[in-house]
Design a protein around this ligand. Structure first.
Ligand SMILES: NC(=O)c1ccc[n+]([C@@H]2O[C@H](COP(=O)([O-])OP(=O)(O)OC[C@H]3O[C@@H](n4cnc5c(N)ncnc54)[C@H](O)[C@@H]3O)[C@@H](O)[C@H]2O)c1
Length: 271
């Protein structure tokens, strides 16, 4: 079984959704957690859950749109636990307003485009920078960035989000290339649409259904699916894996675009 005993892990946007699941899962596998979020109350709730389950955790406010906030959070991790072994750069520009306005390249407001690049790309780069500096002091480590299948293939909407996630994927390769010889690994997970409270609040049911239909497995992805992969990539069992983007997508990226329509046709023919 994957163990993260004696490791110190920091997660950004750890207060909800995928980041919450990753924080709880890594703590359950023995890591000491620095749960960070823009909203400190959310991070505190997750840290309290970890402590209640017998683990070790602190909550730190971290806005990845602000360099000082990121460097302070990494410093807090080192000050409290003495080192940083694992950094999950999971946060992205996710405000309801930005996602609503990120429609297409003709209409996306440039301030939404700029802010998305500033938070998601620049923020993840800075996470990697301060993470690498801390991991040098620890003698190595594992960085996991959260990308998206939207950064692998074009979707109908969300050009800013999609381009920012493609940049996160390339950043992952860049960091892995530059720092592998220091024992610092860097990988990314690229989730498909995952069932989270934000998804249920923002995404129309029909869009959720189309995404579920595009998976090869007969269910929607959930944050725990991503958390299992993140915990594995964080662990020493993944010690020869670096520089890769791993889709966590129920097989969504594995087939031709015609898969869903063909499947329905063949089901009709064979009935
Ligand atoms: N849920 C999905 O379907 C899905 C699919 C692919 C990729 N992702 C990616 O997974 C990551 C997490 O998404 P989620 O769906 O779990 O989100 P979520 O909406 O459930 O939670 C987002 C969290 O991010 C925090 N946050 C927002 N802005 C922040 C900032 N500037 N700095 C730090 N924290 C901030 C919020 O406070 C909140 O706790 C994101 O990078 C997202 O792009 C999600």
């Amino acid at each position: 079984m994957t163990t993260l005993a004696n490791k110190v892990a920091m997660v950004t946007a750890g207060g909800a959704g995928i980041g919450r699941a990753c924080s709880l899962t890594m703590a359950a596998k023995g890591a000491r957690l620095v749960v960070t979020d823009l909203h400190i109350a959310a991070a505190e709730t997750v840290a309290a859950e970890i402590i209640a389950a017998g683990g070790e955790a602190i909550a730190v406010r971290c806005d990845i749109g602000d360099e000082t906030s990121i460097s302070d959070a990494v410093a807090a991790a080192e000050a409290h636990f003495g080192r940083l072994d694992i950094l999950h750069n999971n946060a992205a520009m996710l405000s309801d307003e930005a996602l609503a306005l990120d429609g297409d390249i003709l209409s996306v407001p440039m301030d939404v485009w700029d802010r998305t690049m500033e938070v998601t790309v620049r923020g993840t780069l800075l996470g990697c920078r301060y993470g690498v500096l801390a991991m040098r002091r620890a003698g190595g480590g594992s960085i996991i960035n959260t990308g998206s299948i939207y950064g692998l293939r074009a979707a109908n909407r969300m050009p800013a989000y999609s381009v920012s996630k493609a940049a996160v994927h390339m950043l992952t390769e860049v960091v892995a290339t530059a720092h592998g010889r220091e024992g610092i690994r860097c990988n990314a997970v690229a989730p498909s649409m995952m069932r989270t409270p934000t998804l249920d609040r923002l995404v129309p049911r029909a869009i959720v259904d189309y995404n579920e239909d595009a998976a090869l497995l007969p269910r929607m992805g959930v944050p725990q699916d991503v958390a299992s992969m993140v915990a594995f990539l964080a662990s020493d069992e993944a010690s020869y894996l670096t520089g890769h983007v791993f889709p966590v997508d129920g097989g969504t990226m594995a087939h031709l675009p015609t898969y869903g329509d063909e499947r329905r046709f063949l089901e009709g023919v064979n009935r």
